[in-house]
Design a protein around this ligand. Sequence first.
Ligand SMILES: Nc1nc(=O)c2c([nH]1)NC[C@@H]1CN(c3ccc(C(=O)N[C@@H](CCC(=O)O)C(=O)O)cc3)CN21
Ligand SMILES: CC(C)C(=O)C(=O)O
Ligand SMILES: [Mg+2]
Length: 272
Amino acid sequence: MSTVKKEYKRVTVKSLVDMKKNGEKISMLTAYDYSMAKIVDAANVDVILVGDSASNVMAGHETTLPITLDQMIYHASSVIRAVNRALVVVDIPFGSYQSDPKEALRSAIRIMKESGAHAVKVEGGQEIKESVKRILNAGIPVMGHLGLTPQSIYKFGTYTVRAKEEQEAHKLIEDAKLLEKMGCFSIVLEKIPAKLAKEVAESVSIPIIGIGAGNGVDGQVLVIHDLLGITQEFNPRFLRRYLNLYEEMGNAISKYVDDVKTRDFPSDEEQY
Ligand SMILES: Nc1nc(=O)c2c([nH]1)NC[C@@H]1CN(c3ccc(C(=O)N[C@@H](CCC(=O)O)C(=O)O)cc3)CN21
Ligand SMILES: CC(C)C(=O)C(=O)O
Ligand SMILES: [Mg+2]
């Protein structure tokens, strides 16, 4: 048969929970556009996060707060067009779910309807309980995000490790249990002592995906620009850089500029 379509075993919220059960670690990475998402999906990353970190790495803002729901939908719809296998999760941006549960549901519905994404992510526990319930009741899968929650950076003032005090550690575990009980399919844990993160992962049956949360959790997530070395000034301890693309891209582009200036490009073979 010449028209056989390539079969992809799609990642679903259920397969992620099964992966935890079977002890298989989950890989998650951000993407914000079609071309990058194609590469990430083809490399078999399990979950692609259209993160509100787009506010930083795509738009150049200092925090995640300014990015809008429309902008997140634009990024998400670009990513969705590239993906055949990964589960695509989209951050609901700051200001689009905190004021009331109906608004939260409207935002989640817009993301699902207008981008074709598979799930949404929201930051917080107890504080946003009613909103999470509403979204889940509409049949939209929700990923939680606890620990360092960048949308509330001005409440804390720093990006230091979270939940070092006993009281915060207790709330973190309670929040994780609450999100699980309500029906969230997974939780991101950001910048938490490894020992506590492991305890959280052992306290719930849904997968805990860490960033700066050690090796005792069920999966890892990074921002793709950090992993590829496109960002330069972001150097937290948890980051492993696999390339220095900032330098490599710069060198290639400088070479191009040189070739234009010296009339080396285009050559006889590169013209009509
Ligand atoms: N490029 C990028 N990568 C990310 O992982 C990321 C973003 N942007 N933007 C949104 C949030 C913000 N996140 C952050 C931000 C800062 C640290 C951090 O560790 N910053 C400092 C330490 C600050 C301190 O100790 O006071 C560092 O060491 O770089 C970690 C995660 C994760 N997200
Ligand atoms: C760092 C990850 C978890 C995130 O929320 C983002 O990229 O926006
Ligand atoms: Mg985010």
